[in-house]
Design a protein. Sequence first.
Length: 347
Amino acid sequence: GINAEYGGAKYMKRVIKRLHPTFNHKVTRAWHGLKHKIDKQSLVFPIFVSDVKSDKNPINSMPGQFQWGVDRLPELLDPLVSKGLQSVLLFGAITQQGRKDIQGKSDNVGSWADQIEGPVITALTKLKKSYPELLRIADVCLCQYTHHGHCGVFKDHNHDHGSEQPIVTLDNEKSIDRISNIALRYAQAGADVVAPSDMMDGRIGLIKERLREHNLSEIPVMSYSAKYASAMYGPFRDAAFSTPKFGDRRCYQLPPDSKLGIEAIKRDLAEGADFIMIKPAGGYLDVIHAASQLAPNIPLAAYQVSGEYSMLWHGAKAGCYDLRTAVMESLISIRRAGADIIITYYT
């Protein structure tokens, strides 16, 4: 089995709530004033960035979506930006060929995540130059880059009571140290917002501390605060090549039938999170509403995840409904529940 070792309290020793990072970009300023309407400022478009610069690979489980090489990002973004796209969320996708090219770097600590030639840092550099007004949000995690496909760093395997089955335990302190270093590198490379999605305990406080130490306290942190262990992530794992090689993520992502989401949000706010996120969206409207009541002055994001995208697409393809009508209904329901920001592939 996989166990999680929790900690991180020591990184709360210097929590300073700063307001400026939450409105230092025109898009994040707008997030404070959005109501129930769906507009360009409230939508964030996720992009899978391939390590092969010339790539445009279709994602079979997400019809109409692709992995994009850095050199082909203008093909994707030029028409969208011209129509008013204002925010993107970047994920790295290390292809099988890429893994062969970087032998030794797909390891327990995800060494490829913050390499200067890696997909996210390369994309941040390009987007900052080519689309300076675009809000660049960088997802921060390890699962795409480790050999095991999990979101943290593992301790050495051990065996329980002589069993041949190894007991695999996440090392929370090493995990958040690694996550915070990646967040720092992304901020230095041009991320306007860093968004840790790993769900380790204490990572928000340590990221904020690390940014302050490097004079980057103006970079806000959007925390995947209530991220549930959902079946709806299947297509994403195809897109990001991030399926766990063993076990699952139920020891660190929240149980779908629990009420821990609000506790996780309280924890992240106490550590200094500037924005909070609920993931998935459609099945967790109650959590979105509760979060909006808990922290009404904090911009709240909801992620309409890959499985939700594909369900809507396939339902429309089968003739069950008009796709645009169904998508708009789903987005309005998320906004009505209390989300200020919606991350969706239907942007």
